[in-house]
Write a protein that binds this ligand. Structure first.
Ligand code: CTP
Ligand code: MG
Length: 238
């Protein structure tokens, strides 16, 4: 009965627009992937890590994680795939026989609080096969469809029943494997990739549960997010 965390770090970071992959961009002197790994480890509920690396960077990432005194659990680094979904599938291949719970976390969410990690794993261990952290939506959201040079609003969903979801997402290992097998086959047929792992579980018709997310687990997508993250760090270190 062990918990594996798959840390997805194989993306290019095109929207950040740096000349190196997003997971290796530094925040407060350390690459994002290291921040994320340290926080997963600090939760004390993760037994091992599998990290998906961009093309040609398995060696660099292995060294980075192996030499960090705060990442004192077994770490394997593997090549990611062309999509996030393919990267998670590649990571899942490396699960060990005893891993009954699998977390999937994005290196792009470097400031995930260890408490949030514990909350997700706790809910999976309490019998929920798929668990996702979520936050209430603060903006009013419109549903639209293209209409000439603009978009036509086709509806305004009730905000109170919407949640913006984050990672880590936690799963019963067998359920996640099944969801990926089925999802991968469907994606191949339909030329699309799921944006999160919970979506693949939903597509199986299996229940997905939400636990309280945390604003600190926000995703770094653009330069502004990186700037925000460094402010958050300054504030917490002060
Ligand atoms: N990811 C991955 N393999 C891919 C694509 C994405 O492991 N083929 C990872 C990223 O490294 C990131 C997470 O999935 O930690 C979420 O993806 P995103 O925020 O979209 O990161 P990037 O794809 O790197 O950024 P962009 O979409 O701007 O290129
Ligand atoms: Mg992306």
């Amino acid at each position: 009965m062990t918990t594996l965390a798959i840390l997805t770090a194989a993306g290019s970071g095109s929207r950040l627009g740096r000349d190196l992959p997003k997971a290796l961009v530094e925040l407060d002197g350390f690459p994002l992937v290291l921040h994320a790994a340290r926080r997963l480890v600090a939760s004390d509920v993760v037994d091992s890590l599998v990290v998906t690396a961009p093309d040609g960077l398995v060696g660099i990432m292995t060294e980075l994680l192996a030499n960090d005194p705060r990442v004192q659990i077994p770490v394997e680094v593997t090549d990611g795939g062309p999509t996030r979904q393919a990267s998670v599938s590649a990571g899942l291949e490396l699960a060990r026989p005893g891993d009954d719970v699998v977390l999937v976390h994005d290196a792009a969410r470097p400031l995930v609080p260890p408490d949030l990690v514990r909350r997700v794993v706790g809910a999976v261990r309490n019998g929920h096969g798929a668990v996702v952290p979520g936050l209430p939506v603060t903006d009013t959201v419109k549903q639209v469809r293209p209409d000439g040079d603009a978009e036509l609003v086709t509806g305004t969903p009730d905000r109170s029943i919407l949640r913006a979801v984050q990672t880590p997402q936690g799963f019963d290992r067998d359920l996640l494997v099944r969801a990926h097998r089925t999802g991968a086959a469907r994606a191949l047929a339909e030329h699309l990739a799921a944006t999160d792992d919970a979506g693949l579980v939903e597509a199986l018709g299996e229940p997905v549960y939400i636990v309280a997310g945390d604003a600190a687990a926000f995703k770094i997508t653009t330069e502004r997010d990186l700037w925000l993250a460094s402010l958050v760090l300054q504030e917490t270190n002060a």
